[in-house]
Design a protein. Structure first.
Length: 136
């Protein structure tokens, strides 16, 4: 399990995740992908005690599912701000404590969770690339 400090010393002033249906095109703050009109998404708002301004971000349904999976496997609350999701996943990849030695390859290989976390980041990158390719 990776070690992420989910508890801020400053405390949260508020935290709100609303499930909504898009009425216009939005961009997911986690992956950068498109949230098309009619699609479900999360509108996240929060403010920690050491911030001067609230966070107001959007999270597409695929990234929401990744966030819930990531949080449940790592044993943490399944929520972070959408814009921080890739950083938390990356931190867990960097702190892989489940590496095993593969004698056939004569090298250490990542544990199964890290393989999944890398796949999550790849999924997010694919959505970001698809949006960039569709944008003139």
């Amino acid at each position: 399990m990776c070690e992420i400090d989910w508890d801020s010393d400053s405390g949260m002033k508020f935290w709100n995740d609303d499930r909504r249906t898009a009425r216009k095109m939005y961009r997911c703050d986690a992956c950068g992908g498109a949230i098309e009109p009619g699609q479900k998404y999360i509108r996240h708002s929060s403010m920690s005690g050491d911030c001067d301004a609230p966070t107001d971000e959007k999270l597409c349904a695929p990234c929401d599912a990744l966030m819930v999976e990531f949080g449940s496997v790592e044993g943490h609350p399944p929520r972070t701000t959408p814009g921080s999701l890739d950083a938390y996943i990356g931190e867990c990849i960097d702190n892989d404590d489940e590496q095993t030695y593969d004698e056939a390859k004569d090298e250490f290989v990542p544990g199964p969770k890290v393989v999944r976390w890398r796949a999550m980041l790849d999924e997010m990158k694919e959505r970001r690339a698809a949006r960039k390719a569709a944008t003139p």
